[in-house]
Each structure stands twice: as C-alpha cells, then as structure tokens.
Design a protein around this ligand. Sequence first.
Ligand code: PRP
Length: 220
Amino acid sequence: MSAGLILALPRGRILAEVMPLLRRAGIEPEPAFEDPDSRRLRFSTSEPLLELIRVRSFDVATFVAFGAAELGIAGNDVLMEFDFSEIYAPLDLDIGHCRLMVAARAEAAEPEDPRRWSHVRVATKYPEATRRHFARKGVQAECIKLNGAIELAPRLGLCRHIVDLVDTGETLRANGLVEIEEIARVSARLIVNRPALKTRPEEIGCWIERFRRAVGAPRG
Ligand code: PRP
C-alpha cells in the first residue's frame, strides 16, 4: 500500500479563502483543523490518503521543496523570494489576491521618484525579491529583514521604505504610509514537489486536476 500525500497549507487570513476551495475539491478536514484552540499541526481529511499540515506561509514552500509535503498552497510572493528549483507551480488558485508593494511615509512620498535613487534602505520580509527588484533599476537595496509589523519601521526611523503585501491598503493608511510602486501582483498557487511528481504522477496529477476543476467551479 502506498503512503498518503501531505498538503501544506498556510496559516493566517488566507485560510478563510482556502477552506471553500478545499471543499470544492472534495476535501473535508477533520474538525480540529478549524478549531482555533487546537495546538495540533497535522490533520486527517475525508480523503484517507490525504493529510493536511498548517504552517507559516514561507514554510509551505520549504516543506514542499524538501519533499516533506508533496503538495502545498503558497503565494507567488513566497515563490519569488526562494526560487526553489524543486517546486513546480502548475495552477493559479485565484485566491489570496494582493500586491507586493514598495511603500513609504506619506510625508516622504511627494518628491519620491524611484528612478533617481541609487541606494535605499528597506524593511521587508522579502529581502531577495526586494534586492532583485531594485537591482533591475540600478539601485542598491540594503534590506532589513523583519517577520511582521513591517509598517512600523519607517515611523520609528528604521528605514524610509518598506516592501510588503498590500491588500485593502488599510495597514498602510493606519500607519501613515503610501504606496510608491508595485513589484508584483500576488495570488495563491498550488505547488508540487517535482521529484514526487515524477515518482507518483498519477496520484499527484489527480490532485492537480481536482484543484483545477475546483478553481473553475462556481463559488457558493
Ligand atoms: C499582511 C501584510 C500587511 C497586511 C496588508 O499582514 O504583511 O501587513 O496584511 O493588508 P491590508 O492592505 O488589507 O491592510 P498579515 O495580516 O498577514 O500579518 P503579518 O504582519 O504577520 O504578515
């Protein structure tokens, strides 16, 4: 008997959009998965050969890249940051839409012309994507890695600019920041460990197809 597959899911706000998609794909997690008090991290589903794990969004990519999970759901923001060759991203899930943006304090934004910068200091969760973005424009970005609450950094003098995800724009506004430029449009992707796809093409191919149909199915 072959072992089951593991699907790595990101924690946080995105989960509210992931759950209906899972259900459209015919996956019903055991009740503990949606219990906010549960400290468990690994869950069975209505599919005997599919388990779920719940990890931080960046760690979804790590688990899948190393084959600890065969499947995962991760934003292209995460994929841009790591550029793991072992990850194949066959399907845009059309959820988790937001933008990866450069932002700065409203007072500083008026004279900002990114084409004139030669050096910027940027607080971000995305140092690699940030450096690459600025390097393409001939600007050297000194990145300060933070893991959350990035929007605090300019006000407290850590930097002038941040690079972070923007959805409604509320977090920027609440912290006196404005959008300067867009680095990328973001949405969640189904990701697959490439070696697992080679060794278990039928099982994994079947899940890719089930998610493809779930993306196209009417949202109730
Ligand atoms: C994300 C992101 C921004 C915020 C943007 O943070 O890092 O801070 O959402 O959303 P908005 O434009 O709708 O305000 P999240 O809430 O996921 O928490 P984090 O700071 O731990 O990343």
